[in-house]
Design a protein around this ligand. Sequence first.
Ligand code: SF4
Length: 417
Amino acid sequence: MVDSEKLMARLRRGGYTLLHDSADTSAKIVVINTCGFIAEAKEESVNTILEFAEAKRRGDIEKLFVFGCLAERYKDDLRKEIEEVDEFFGVSSFDDILTAVGVPCVQAPAGERLLTTAGHYAYLKISEGCSRRCSYCAIPLIRGKHVSTPVEALVSEARLLAGKGVKELMVVAQDTTSYGVDIYGKRRLAALLNALSEVDGVEWIRLHYAYPAQFPDDVIDALRSNGKLCKYLDIPLQHVSDAVLKNMRRGVNRRQTCELIDKLRSRAPGVALRTTLLVGHPGEDEAAFAELMDFVREVRFERLGVFTYSEEEGTYGAKHFKDALGQEEKQRRAGAVMKLQADISASLNSEKVGKTFKVMIDRKEGSRYAGRTEFDSPEVDGEVLVASDRPLSVGRFCSVKITSADEFDLYGNAEEN
Ligand code: SF4
């Protein structure tokens, strides 16, 4: 999304009118940014390309370009298979894309983006690539080694965003925990978060994709003491069984994982933990899966998502393991985790009834408003559906008393300011 927004800013400077919504059929040139992470994401990317290849065949669009991770990895195959595409580009070929659409060498000021989010929140990508080598993951093969963006550049980008009305920054990268190692010789994530929190207008900062190994203690301190840092941490753990974690090459074991969770919850009380798990990885036998279920039951993550393993070309997993488990069994395991999590989530949500929270109003929805507490990120987490006697402003905070809850969302009434 951040890459798309940066490219869109340059295209706009080149004189183009940009439409982000693919349902809007008035576009003449279509540029598709693709994902190549796992089978499901690749399928979605290919389906989108095919949809617009069909539009080009019908004469509805004039040009079709594709870039991003899928194109980076498979452009030779895709070129042969989908002839309607005028050109495929890699992940960082913005200059070439501009040339192809007829606006060569148009630069935008560093960090300029055309936001596709609601306007009051935006993603801030703090580094590119990944130097870890998780067995199942093709991202390092596509995006290369971890390269951090300097603190000053990110603070400037945050200022630009805040100047446009952004109040909430979602800090993202393939591996946010390693921020700074490549350019400063040490982890500087906490220093970066503290610097971002000094930017006028930024009120919430939300940390995503924190790798659990070598998790910096000063980030836990920042989560406790920095009032602008949401009490929220997205920390993809993938698994808990030592044998599976070893096969996954995660560089962390069960004991270290549990110690980290304990430390986070004791030193940053109230922090909402979001994690992502991967089921069906080679080596995940019934006992390892049962261990994962017990772990989910015990830890009671506030938020949780599950992926199923898919063998990705060129990865360590594809070279060294047999992908023996059928898709049906993988789906069964993913479904079992999600069912368990739904019960946990419903129970945690019910504990919020009767309490009052600060809520960011994201949009109007029928007669109500949809918003989020600091414990929820847009798109992936739950929402608060707010009833109000007075009009509420999108992009502003309001106090909401929670009156009921289900497994996903909270419901409440806006309080007087
Ligand atoms: S940390 Fe592991 S899963 Fe995440 S991008 Fe890097 S290699 Fe992939």
